[in-house]
Write a protein that binds this ligand. Sequence first.
Ligand SMILES: *Cc1c(COP(=O)(O)O)cnc(C)c1O
Length: 359
Amino acid sequence: MDVQRTGPMPDRLRPSAAARPEPSPRYRVDLNESPFEPSADVREAVRAATAGLNRYPDVADSELAEAVAHHLDVPVAHIAPGAGGVAVLHQTLTALADRGDEVVYPWLSFEGYPILCDLAGARRVPIPLAGADHDLDAMAGAVGERTRAVVVCNPNNPTGTAVRRPALERFLDRIPRHVLVVIDEAYREFVRDPEVPDGIELYRRRPNVAVMRTFSKAYGLAGLRVGFLVAHPPVAEAVRRATLPFSVTAAARAAAVASLRAQQEVRARVDTITARRRRLWTALRGLGWSLPRAEGNFLWLPLGAQAVDFGRRCRQRGVHVRVFPGHGVRVTVGEEAAADIFLSLAAEYVRPPEDRRSA
Ligand SMILES: *Cc1c(COP(=O)(O)O)cnc(C)c1O
């Protein structure tokens, strides 16, 4: 969720062609969306669902939960669906935290976390990253009396790094049993490092571990809003109870179920993205960039003070990247042409401009 995103501008607010300062972006690589449109099967499932749009979605319908449970080989009672990963996290925090309770999370990380803490009335406890990585020691050390949940973003948005198995297991060993660890795996499908554990594997052995997944990224259904939490019964039940009634639409469910059935196609698309990610990452390294590992469908350029300037230059060239002022720029691995433009600009920013002038 990038909350700054704005919808299309009403015509009366739109600058005239002559006054328009910049060309409108051709490539939206700022929200980690899939560049691929839904497959024919998914579109057909959505089309079929439109026949019942005069009706509320059936709250008792468990087809999505059953399909997810089957896909992950977990009990259906352990699934709590929601209208996107953000809604699932919202449900989780509101179910868990009372006013004044604390939620520990990494920072820089997903921009939704502080907002969702506020909505739940929980106290934010952001723990600064160590470089581009989670500081798991500091996160475990920040758990106190009032901590109800700790969020691990694996891989981390926006830095792209992922926590590996031994470090994560050691961390989980330190977290008290009554504190829920929510592993945000929005980008799990893109992970290629075999040392990065599958959260589902950890949840199976640890009752206080829950895993969030979404259909927005690898499955390319960001516009339909559907995701889920996998958790042990007392948690899963509470998170289901915290769902806003009717928030997961029939069309969203149908699309999610259809895309779970289309595993082969989803995998092929994810493979295409990870191959492009490798190409882009390697090219940037070749230019002299020192980049963190990238396990999501995006790369992180630690531009520091130059981030805003770089983002503006990209936009001028029709490539809309996500700028974190003072920190860096996140670029989604999407269209190849966008990557080429991004690369040509990144080549100019390998060293600070002072160096370039004196060189
Ligand atoms: C995209 C994303 C989500 C969830 O997005 P939804 O579209 O609400 O499913 C959750 N966490 C992270 C880290 C994300 O990047």
